[in-house]
Design a protein around this ligand. Sequence first.
Ligand SMILES: Nc1nc2c(ncn2[C@@H]2O[C@@H]3COP(=O)(O)O[C@H]4[C@@H](O)[C@H](n5cnc6c(=O)[nH]c(N)nc65)O[C@@H]4COP(=O)(O)O[C@H]3[C@H]2O)c(=O)[nH]1
Length: 705
Amino acid sequence: MTRLERQSSARTRILIVEDDCGFAELMASILEEGGFSCCCASSGKEALIWLVAQSPKLVILDYSLPDMTGASLIERMRELGGNTPFIVVTGKDDASLAVEMMKTGACDYLLKDTSFLDRLLAVVVRALQEVETRERLDRAKHSLRLSEARLARAQKIARLGSWEWDVRAGEIYWSDELYRIFGFTPGEPKRISKEWIYSLIHPADLPAFKQQLLTSVKTLQSFNMIYHTTSRSGGELVVNIQGEVERGEDGRAWLISGTVLDITARIKAESEIHHLINYDTLTGLPNRSLLHDRLRQAIAQAAQDRHMVWVLCLDLDRFKGVNDTLGHRSGDKLLQEVARRLAACVRESDTLARLGGDEFVVVLDGVVSEKGASIVAKKILTLIAEPIPIDDHELYTTASIGIAAYPMDGEDGHTLLKHADLAMYKAKELDRNNFHFFSHDMNIKVMERMMLENSMRKALERDEFFLVYQPQVDARSGRITGVEALLRWNHPDMGLLTPDRFIYLAEETGFIVPLGEWVLMTACRQNRAWQKLGFPPLRVAVNLSGKQFGQHRLDEMISAILLETGLEPEWLELEITESAIMRNADQNIAILRSLKEKGISLAIDDFGTGYSSLSYLKHFPITRLKIDKTFVQDITTNPDDAAIAEIIIAMAQTLKLNVIAEGVETRAQMEFLSTHTCFEMQGYLFSRPLTTDKFVYLLRDGISY
Ligand SMILES: Nc1nc2c(ncn2[C@@H]2O[C@@H]3COP(=O)(O)O[C@H]4[C@@H](O)[C@H](n5cnc6c(=O)[nH]c(N)nc65)O[C@@H]4COP(=O)(O)O[C@H]3[C@H]2O)c(=O)[nH]1
């Protein structure tokens, strides 16, 4: 048979499978006139080749082929994985064959009778229309299935189920994910009843749940509630149920539908976070932050009801000794036992908190007199003094308690705690294992000092110190040449403290040594961190107290810090006051030389305030003089200050030292200093001391003044 191929790519291609070549041509010409493109195959085998090569839209096949029947060709077509629609043509008028062919999926069945050629085009057009409709439907079904699968996946990930309740028919539908949330297999049970749902709701939440459904049905209002429920395995679930009500034509609720979101994990995480923020991990008691909240509430309530709030601050006597001799684990066990005993002494409505270390606070609610507070304090002292078995030891400990009351001793939580703390130091001073009430005639200055001294030691462990950084600037260009690290203390009860409030105390008690070491380490590490961020290297100036000078092996400590932080010595400057240097001048020269040899630069702070002798200064390996801010302050108005500043600048030039002025607040001061060739400056005009995160913006954006 000659192969006919009349096709155009834009037309719908039809494959004619017919062993009678002339008849095939006739069919093809009719269809081509109707706008189709045709190809013909004279055998089943040839038809299969065409099918693979041309992917026709429709096959018209003669049932009787030389090499196979129409039925086997259809079977082979299916085996090839194709789903091409087909019309069967036959010369036999056989009804059962027609039925059989339609069952195999034929679009139509045509008898080669006299009207065959007249009907052919219409039959083909109709078949193709049906095919197109079917394909469109298949595509729609497919995309629906896809989006359903996507939704189911999203619901599964989000642990979101959906539900519908046909109010009138009493039928309830659950999505598969909703079954899974409650631990059931989708569809089991098949019929969902209200009673069955009620059995899943926690009994405490059930009345509210029922009430909510009733209200929604009555008022047609949507709802959004959180309930505690039980899963199939008996585990507790927290779910967020939302519902929308649809009204029927009679205006009454007919369908309520909504979602159920499993928020168990979220609620658990929230409660863990809340616990971590508000509770002490060792004893499980409220911490300082929650204590302040509770105190605020207690005071507000007391103000309203005109009653008193008693604050008891308790500190164990010689607790440090336990930690040092028996170790921290025993110390921890002791604290846990003390917490248990304290809890036994107070009521549910009272607040018992641990502030850290061995400090506890009790807030008594509803105690009307000093006598009542004394009774509680005595009870606490007695119970704590009982032996505490820890591991193989019996520990004996006592406590000191200070008591302050609202409103007499303070009107806010901070003041009350501070005063109770002062009273506690008084108790310790008089005799340990004692309690003492705060009184205004207590020597507050002395007590405050004691309290500061004590809390300072704990502050380092509790991370209450931090550094702020103030830039040093070349006033000609605005370039940042260095930065001074300045210490701050975030005191839990007294707020933010600047060094003038506590450095003297640190120096007097020797605490300046560990504190100064921490400052050096932190400043060097920070400076290196800025370098690592890619900023040009800067000199960091760190204040060194006179006491640190006397410290054994100061230079070794500094070298170790530089090594650990990776900061090159040239980027560290030590600021030492004039008086500190002069105090032990000969010995200090040796220390300073050794530091200078390492490459560290040295600046004399507050220059001009002491009595530096020029002849002496020559011997000090100094890099920079810092003009004290007290001269800068009135430099433009006070001729004496102006003269001193000028002399310092001249002196620095003679000694070939750099000079920097601190406390520059105005442009006039800046201009005066620049005119007298002191270009390096530090002060509020350029920037206040900034925390690390703010200072980095200054490094990035530069300084404007
Ligand atoms: N009125 C005014 N003040 C300005 C201006 N610019 C800066 N200041 C303040 O002047 C002080 C400069 O530091 P200092 O003379 O080394 O004086 C420091 C220093 O001697 C000492 N200090 C600070 N940090 C440390 C430290 O880590 N260790 C030791 N030993 N002493 C420190 O405490 C002193 C006070 O420090 P701060 O209170 O931070 O006060 C800083 C700074 O905040 C300005 O334009 N106007």
